[in-house]
Design a protein around this ligand. Structure first.
Ligand code: AMP
Ligand code: MG
Length: 397
């Protein structure tokens, strides 16, 4: 059995970023830039006023000046300003070439065509110089950036309407088991509903991937074989169930017939010992355990970083420091992930309290959990207040 750490390294080494595609700005939300983005314009495109007021020469601020025209946003003043003159100006309007300062309306007194000022101020005041924000040719967004609303706004300001982003990884999801039925189907006496398929598909979506539900394979070579073949063209194949040592756990065998290059299939963690990883004609394959809690905990630990890697994102340490809100027993050789509730205490510390039931078939416990407490191999018993590391499971994740 290998450790989670070693397994994660090997899994990530098998995940190469997807090819880039061009998308329009509205479709770029949450996508990862595949190329640097260069400004096509200057922002602002010329020296502009930051205020509503008057444009003049700072040296003449103590005089009464004659207003000879106006400069509004999109409609610049196109005359010249002679000595003793000023131009009415509005926010975002071009500064006339002869002016070097803008006095705020609030610091001005207008009387017909004359204006006087109650302040003194230097040249340059209330002027945003051309290119203050960026200039043409400047790289303002770099490869690997996750595009949120602000980055999309920046790209638009740069007059870049299309962006090269990583294609959403297509993740084939294959559930297995003679006893497993689709949600909503009439159930036979010994059947259970597939929770893994819908949960994994949702997680893939949250992680920026595109889930491709292959369905539920029977525990027969023919059924599995046909469905594995359907994963062709995907960037990752995720299976659940059939990965243990029972007579019907044939996923590994069938994948081997399809040419699987097995990397590992046992890992020192709980829940989730039978975790398999390999490559099928260069497509990474993650074989998750069937137990719903095991499958999802393994997905949080492995599938989440894999989807980052497939989108060209670096790994991110999911652990945050917390203190125990309840006692935990000493751990054995398998690194453990305990389902827990999470609470921010008055002293600012995060307290993680393990659920009393940790059975890997208790789906409701996982659904209610707000964090996973990491218990390293051979960790001694812990009491309330002891420092631990947790993986938060925030809303929507
Ligand atoms: P297996 O690894 O196939 O022996 O499955 C282990 C346990 O997980 C069994 O109790 C299965 O019924 C259950 N299981 C397998 N696949 C799913 C699934 N898609 N949804 C819910 N439970 C499952
Ligand atoms: Mg099974």
């Amino acid at each position: 059995m290998i450790t989670v750490e070693v397994a994660l390294e090997r899994v990530l080494a098998g995940c190469k970023p997807t090819t880039p595609e061009m998308v329009a700005l509205p479709a770029a939300l949450d996508r990862v830039l595949a190329e640097d983005v260069t400004a096509r314009v200057a922002h602002p495109p010329m020296d502009v006023s930051a205020m509503d007021g008057y444009a003049l020469r700072a040296a003449e601020i103590s005089q009464s000046l004659t207003i000879i025209g106006e400069s509004a946003a999109g409609r610049p003043f196109d005359g010249t300003i002679a000595p003793g003159q000023a131009v009415r100006i509005f926010t975002g309007a071009a500064i006339p070439p002869d002016a070097d300062t803008v006095v705020m309306q609030e610091d001005s007194a207008r009387d017909g065509a004359q204006v006087t000022f109650s302040v003194t101020q230097p040249a340059g005041k209330h002027i945003r110089p051309m290119g203050l924000d960026f200039s043409p040719g400047q790289i303002m967004l770099t490869v690997g950036t996750v595009l949120g609303p602000r980055q999309i706004g920046l790209a638009a300001a740069m007059n870049v309407p299309w962006l090269s982003v990583r294609r959403r990884p297509r993740v084939a999801i294959l559930s297995t088991g003679d006893e497993i039925a689709m949600p909503g189907e009439p159930l036979g006496a010994a059947q259970i509903v597939s929770s893994n398929g819908p949960a994994l598909a949702a997680l893939v979506s949250v992680l920026g991937g595109e889930p491709v539900q292959l369905g539920i394979a029977k525990d027969s070579r023919e059924s599995l074989s046909a469905m594995v073949a359907a994963a062709k063209g995907c960037d990752l194949l995720v299976t659940s169930g059939g990965a243990s040592v029972g007579d019907y756990d044939i996923v590994q065998d069938v994948l081997a017939e399809h040419g699987l290059k097995l990397d590992f299939w046992k890992i020192a963690m709980r829940p989730g010992k039978p975790l398999m990883f390999g490559a099928l004609k260069h497509v990474p394959v993650l074989g998750l355990p069937g137990n719903p809690v095991s499958a999802m905990v393994c997905a949080y630990i492995f599938l989440a970083p894999m989807l980052r890697a497939l989108q060209g994102l670096p790994s991110r340490d999911p652990l945050v420091p917390a203190v125990l809100g309840g006692a935990v027993r000493a751990n054995d050789a398998r690194q453990e992930y305990l389902r827990a509730s999470l609470e921010r205490r008055a002293d600012g510390q995060l307290a993680a309290t393990p659920h009393s039931r940790q059975d890997s078939a208790v789906i409701s416990g996982l659904a209610a959990a707000q964090a996973l407490i990491l218990r390293p191999a051979h960790a001694p018993e812990g009491k309330p207040g002891d420092a631990v590391s947790v993986i938060p499971l925030p809303e929507g994740f």
